[in-house]
Design a protein. Sequence first.
Length: 200
Amino acid sequence: MGLPYVVGDVTSASDRARIVSESPDIDVLVNNAGVVTDDWTVSSNVHVAAPKALVEAYTESLASAGGCVINIASVAGLSAAAGASAYATAKAAVLHLTRVQAVELGPRGVRVNAVAPGWIRTPMADDEMQTIMQRDGVDLEGAYDIVTRYLPLRRVAEPDEIAGVVAFLASSDASFITGATIVADGGGLVVDVGMLAFGD
C-alpha cells in the first residue's frame, strides 16, 4: 500500500495552499521539484520561489515537530557550464536559500540542509542525454558513459542513492547538521580538470 499523496503545481499559489490544507502536519519537507529550461522566470519560480513559499507555509508544522527541510539543489549550482545559466543560477540560489533558512529556522528547532546531486538516472537526465546521443551516435548508456568518464566513480547514480542521502539528513543521525550541502556527484567536483590531459 502506497503512502497518501497530493498532486499539484508547486509554482501555483492555489495549488500550494491546497497541498498544505490536505497535508497540514509534516515533520520533513523535501523540495525536489525541478525543470531544465532557458526561461529564467520559470526556473526561478520552480527552484527558488516555490521552495521558499512551501517552507514558509509549513514552518509551524515543522517547528512543532522539530522537523527538517531538505532542498534538492545540483552540482550545477556549485560549478559553471555553458548553456545552463538559468538552471545553474537557480540551483546556486537554492544553496544560499538553504543557508538563510537554516539561520532563520534554527532557533525554532528546524534543520535545513541541501543535497547537490550530479548525474542521476532520471527521465529528466535521460532527456538531457538526447543531445549527446545524437551528436556522438551512441545509445543512452553510451551517453551516460561519456558524461561520467572523468568521474572518480565512473558511473551515473541511481535515484535510490540520492534518496539515501535525503533519508540520512531527515534522520536523528543528522540532528546537529543544518545549513549544509551534501554533494553526491560521484566525485566530480574533486577532479582537477587541468590535469585530465595526463589521465587515461
